[in-house]
Design a protein around this ligand. Sequence first.
Ligand SMILES: [Zn+2]
Length: 359
Amino acid sequence: MDHVTSRPSASQADQSRHAWAESGVENLGAGVYRIPLPLPGDSLRAVNVYAIAGDDGVDLIDAGMALEQARERLTESLGQLGYGLGDIRNFFITHIHQDHYTLAVQLRTTLSGKITLGEGERINMQAIRNVEAGRNELGFIEMLAAMGAPELADQVRGFVAGHAGRHQRLQWSDPDHWLADGAQLDLRSRTLRAVHTPGHTRGHVVFHDEAAAVLFAGDHVLPHITPSVGFQPAINKLALRDYLGSLRLMLTLPDSRLLPAHGPVCESTHDRVSELLAHHETRLEQTLAAASAGPVTALQAADAIPWTRRQRRFADLDPMSQVLAIGETAAHLEVLVLRGQLVRHTSPEGVDTYKLPVG
Ligand SMILES: [Zn+2]
């Protein structure tokens, strides 16, 4: 048999890689269901909402994006489980990103379900308010100048402004409950523990069901991609340090089935966490190498490193991916500074450059 043709073709492999995002309800057993909701035009394709069925209602982990298509899909899917939108008791949201939070806020305007969000997101909520009131720019745009990419900042400002015009204004009201690290959520059928996992955002939480060995991981641990770090309204230079700490924290919990917000369900959280830690160590080595002939800005270092699993050149990425790539690079450079492997110099204009320590 020809071993070449027996392998899946590239497009077949791509199809199975994206199978998780197709509409439907996946029964994960013990009253837990995975419901992928669409994110049209987004390379993430979909966001998983997990429904936990109860006798007198349903609790959701994450809510999806405030879009008509997402709302319809959620209505249909809950209908298959015998619930209406009015039966949602709680929206337990892993973090403040719009693809997780905003549909909950929209639904709450007419329904009684309560929204819970990690208290570490207060600072991002405040930053969003400041941006809406014109007091501040979005943190990740503001940081681009310090990263040596002011032209890209201009491009992204234009993109964000155009985007805001096309969509109806997103709702950013506070949750009903701000959740503390370690809080226990008693759902009667099970108990979830909220574990603060800063990095992807400041206030990201995962929900751990230790008895069932299940982890609702949000964007902290994703099976196919490495989550962005620090791509949030409020600036945090040490987002990668926080993220690596939050990954190691997962290894101190008993291993669990991984229920991610993007991608298919996987058997071992620990296996994926180990891969992600190894990935970032490789990235740190590449970043250090890129800065060795320094001084370099984050932009210059990003330009020297291959991107995505296809090893693409930085210049070939679209502007939003370039923003993420520069942010990632800056985060790695800052960890190298913390480790004493690089030093940072900030120019009078506020541009950060990095180089090897002298001597
Ligand atoms: Zn996210």
